[in-house]
Design a protein around this ligand. Sequence first.
Ligand SMILES: Nc1ncnc2c1ncn2[C@@H]1O[C@H](COP(=O)(O)OP(=O)(O)OP(=O)(O)O)[C@@H](O)[C@H]1O
Ligand SMILES: [Mg+2]
Length: 339
Amino acid sequence: MIELKHVSKTFESKHQQVVALNDVSLQVNKGEIFGVIGYSGAGKSTLVRCVNFLEKPSSGQVIVNGKDLGQMTVEQLRAARQNIGMIFQGFNLLKTATVYDNIAIPLKLTGVPADQIKEKVEKYLAIVGLSDKKAVFPNQLSGGQKQRVAIARALSHEPEVLLSDEATSALDPETTDSILSLLLKINRELGITILLITHEMHVIQKICDRVAVMENGQIIEQGHVIDIYTHPENTTTEKFVSSIFPSDIPIEIITELEKQGPIIQLTFVGPSADQPALSMLSKQFDIHTNILSGNIVQLKDQPFGKLIAHIKGAKVETDKALNYLREQGVQVSEVKHNG
Ligand SMILES: Nc1ncnc2c1ncn2[C@@H]1O[C@H](COP(=O)(O)OP(=O)(O)OP(=O)(O)O)[C@@H](O)[C@H]1O
Ligand SMILES: [Mg+2]
């Protein structure tokens, strides 16, 4: 649906050159929600702006729906952009227009016949749950409601692709969740492919199928969300993943506990996250377990959890216990005080 092939973008000014994108290739499949995560300045906004040619790549190809945007005439590009909606952190609503007009005016400008405009505005305001706010002005809305209007405006052009540049970054956690749920609903019910960028891992975890991690204008890692969570390869990716599993246990405690048995990290994926694997251990083996920290999060399709626990007992018994856990499909690794 969206394909970037070796896309680079360099910004040139009098005194310096900034390489914002450096040989980025990625593919977003039809019907998928694809997330791009990275720290500030990584090149995320530049990447997403290249997808609708708001920013023209310095080199490489952008292919949307099988068509190469770089080969298009101005007219063709305008038509192609109709198929790509976009929402932003700052909502970009017209302050002096009502909610209704914020959606109706762009429709009018793109030549939608007058009799279809009312129908579309009402349809998409209903989808975002704001039918009762038609007549109000943006400054009478909360941040979450403003973003819903922006989403309705984007949807009213009936695009196949929706780009989202930090759409929830200005919102509180609860409102963020409700907007993410709305994006998921749009994806499932209208079949719209979504490419979103964010610096927050919980955005990725809640709605994305696949994720790419960006750093210094490059994609350093990409894959299915569950694989990136369970086997992050790059240190930046690890940092993002561990941001949702803070588990800083003081070294002094680790050193002390290690004398009496291993400290282990258990990673649960899917249904095994629900199993009381750890509580079974002390029943079956001559050991004591003590949970030091733990958390389970719900990924889009399945639960994923991490527990750090101390297992106290003789080595033969703790070894048997670890083997048992592995047989149950639980990923087990030892936590050492030096790493
Ligand atoms: N129009 C521009 N002119 C010059 N440099 C730019 C321009 N736009 C972006 N850059 C530079 O390109 C790099 C990537 O910027 P970009 O906005 O894509 O990052 P980002 O990942 O979206 O960051 P943030 O999370 O802060 O929004 C930065 O170093 C930025 O300063
Ligand atoms: Mg940005």
